[in-house]
Design a protein around this ligand. Structure first.
Ligand code: FMN
Length: 387
């Protein structure tokens, strides 16, 4: 089966199988952006089940871009923590990839101070209670690109196998590409081609910092379901340009890959979804077609079984990233590999202490997971039945 076969990236690095742990923020780092032992254990246990690669929780590249209390990659002081993280991610010999991000307009005002909120344009996000950011100056945009470059250099020094640029899920790189969030009329906005400039500049900066022998990946939300958002045709053009830069992979971020359902900006998981635009074709198939083998395609969203993973590969993906299934069951991959899928845990247990203890989930992350109803599956009260 393809999912268990190795995969070689453009850079020459190899995954032993096609499964990656998707980037999973724990919201549990120290305030200075260093990793806590709890979150290292969260990663170590899951990576230990034999994933071909683990992608880290997103590390902030600038203090004012923090959207949660996570890891940082802003200065040499972060290097020891990044080294520990890379080591935990390699618990079973898989590749360690550092995801890097900036929150832009969805940085957390409680963390950074409301007056520090900055974004491509002074347009508030659709999230309930969102504050209006100030528009970044052209100088600040240039600085942010440098910060991504610096974060990639730190990843290289810390011994990671590569870096994934978080260009998805409504964070700053996504915001520059979005006509809803980016109303600029300079080099960074105004037309589709100018809205591509920031993502492409970040990708080039990261590639320059890493050199040709480390993995450079880019995560993209393939279309916006919100009114007046960018379309799949728009993001196909972006991916084509990213592939021309020789990126190793493009990761397609969906909440559910089978339904082509993206992550909404409001992050409401238990209400009706925005449905103003839905593409006729699968983003995975369409990306694979335009990328044409120049970069790998990684699929994600709702992969819970081996059949789900094979389904994504059959649509044109080379690799799959698994998120919530691995949060809920740290031994998910071992169970899939040994064909014991019937014993996979289907949801978080009811008791919060048990979630933390039995599943090696940091207590702050437990609160984070439970803060959005409908996001993470739960078992019915007093039940720990497998699937
Ligand atoms: C707790 C949690 C934290 C997440 N943190 C990140 C993150 O830091 N970066 C990112 O690109 N996606 C993040 N995601 C999204 C996942 O990587 C994944 O794309 C999403 O959950 C859909 O895949 P799944 O159905 O396998 O979970 C997070 C998801 C969860 C559940």
């Amino acid at each position: 089966m393809v999912v268990w076969s190795p995969f070689r990236f453009n850079s020459g690095r190899e995954m032993a199988n096609r499964f990656a742990i998707a980037p999973l923020t724990t919201d549990s780092s120290h305030e200075d952006g260093t990793a806590t032992e709890n979150e290292l254990e969260f990663v170590r246990r899951r990576a230990g089940s034999g994933f071909g690669a683990t992608i880290s929780s997103a590390a902030y590249v600038e203090q004012d871009g923090r959207s949660w209390q996570g890891i940082g990659a802003t200065h040499d002081g972060h290097l020891p923590s990044l080294r520990l993280l890379a080591e935990a991610m390699r618990a079973a010999g898989g590749l360690a990839i550092l995801q890097i991000y900036d929150g832009g307009r969805i940085a957390k005002p409680e963390l950074i101070g409301e007056q520090c909120l900055r974004a491509p344009s002074a347009v508030a996000s659709l999230r309930p209670g969102a504050k209006t950011p100030r528009a970044m100056t052209a100088g600040e945009v240039g600085e942010l690109i440098k910060s991504f470059r610096e974060a990639a250099s730190l990843a290289r020094k810390a011994g990671f196998d590569g870096v994934e640029i978080h260009g998805a899920n409504h964070y700053a790189v996504h915001q520059f590409f979005s006509p809803r969030a980016n109303h600029r009329v300079d080099n960074w906005g105004g037309t589709l081609s100018k809205r591509m400039n920031f993502p492409l500049a970040v990708a080039q900066a990261v590639r320059d910092a890493l050199g040709a022998k480390l993995i450079a990946g880019f995560r993209v939300t393939p279309f916006e379901s919100e009114p007046d958002g960018y379309t799949l045709d728009d993001s196909k053009l972006l991916c084509k340009e990213l592939a021309k830069l020789g990126l190793d992979y493009i990761s397609v971020s969906l909440d559910d890959y089978r339904k082509s359902r993206p992550v909404g900006e409001t992050r409401v998981y238990d209400g009706p979804l925005e449905k103003s635009y839905t593409p006729a074709k699968s983003p995975i198939t369409e990306f694979a077609r335009v990328i044409a083998g120049r970069s790998a395609v990684m699929a994600s969203g709702g992969i819970k079984t081996c059949i789900d993973a094979e389904g994504a590969i059959n649509m044109g993906a080379d690799l799959v990233a698994v998120g919530r299934a691995v949060v809920v069951d740290p031994e998910w991959l071992s169970k899939v590999r040994s064909k014991s899928e019937a014993s996979i845990l289907a949801g978080l247990p009811n008791d919060e202490l048990e979630i933390a203890r039995a599943l090696s989930i940091p207590p702050r992350m437990v609160d984070y997971l439970l803060s959005r109803p409908g996001w993470i599956p739960r078992l019915p009260p007093t039940s720990r039945r497998p699937l």
